[in-house]
Ligand binder design. Sequence first.
Ligand code: SAH
Length: 363
Amino acid sequence: MEKRTNLTGLSQAELVSFMADNGEPAYRGRQIFAALQHRRLRSFDEMSDLPKALRERLQETATASTLTIESRYLSADGTRRFLMKTHDNLPVETVFIPEERRDTICFSSQSGCPLQCTFCLTAQLGLLRSLTPGEIVEQIVIVLNDAYGVGQKPPRGTNLVGMGAGEPFLNFDALLKAIRIMADPQGLFIVPHRMTVSTAGVVPRIRELATIPDRPNLAISLAAPTDELRDMLMPINKKWPLEELLGACKEFEQTLKAGERFTFEYVMLDAVNDSDEHARQLANLLNRHDLHTKGNLIPHNPARPLPYQPSPRTRVEMFKGILESKGIHTFVRKPRGRDIFAACGQLAAVAQSPGLRASSSAG
Ligand code: SAH
């Protein structure tokens, strides 16, 4: 068990008081915060502006980083998947998705996941453990350094999505803390506004997020328009069924401020949840709750042990058409990084590219 304090998981104020406890002036705390979060250094050795004796003392009680990169996979579409390991040897996965006008980093909130969504490969790992704030922030630091060079300013905007492994709302406090650390203008300076967190529907935390002023954008994973089907696909529905979930969503929607985004996601599973009837049921459900969220249809990303296939393109378009005709703005998401097991629902610490047909990722 790592007993030393991971300084990447401390806010600037906490670092100042950590250094004060070690008999050091406040500016040292600020200096180390900037070294970790702005210069994105990952070891005390690299902080050559600190006295050597101080670096040696820090080494005994603290760490500058704890995650190590195990492997890195590059997709034909430019997506990169990072398989990392925690100090206690658990897998953490993070994905870098270059896009035309911005780059997106998809981070994990847990190692493995306790939810048992039947269409998601991560579920097969079970929950290994929740990640600490430092482990969440480190994922972003590692990916930014890899993409742009150590400490280099991202040339375009960076968006974050909490859609990697795990259920972010079952690790809520660590998530919020990481979000606050990353927002610091003297650090990474990625503001909550540039971030979207996705939940499978942990109702009490949706209600809690509704009360928080500086918060990330929210996405809700629906996957089914009826309790009967959703119970089967996402067992969390038995705890918080659709009526309760959408009730909480409505409460949340009423607190939305200008510029905040609130969306739902719907994974499209061939002949399971993609009929015209399902589309009508989904539209009616959202309209009955007077929800104005926009929808993202995600073509299912297949993986060998999962019993589903993606809906055909024409089916997805029909489904979208029905939603649109009932006033629901809908986008179809393009899968990224399928060939390296980096797409939604494919993060399961797979050590190699799966050898799916290369053409499935090219589009
Ligand atoms: N636990 C959170 C965040 C992780 S999943 C949540 O459930 O929202 C991020 C998104 O990927 C969810 O919308 C989920 O429904 C979707 N997803 C999971 N497995 C998938 C798969 N095999 N293909 C496509 N999307 C998938």
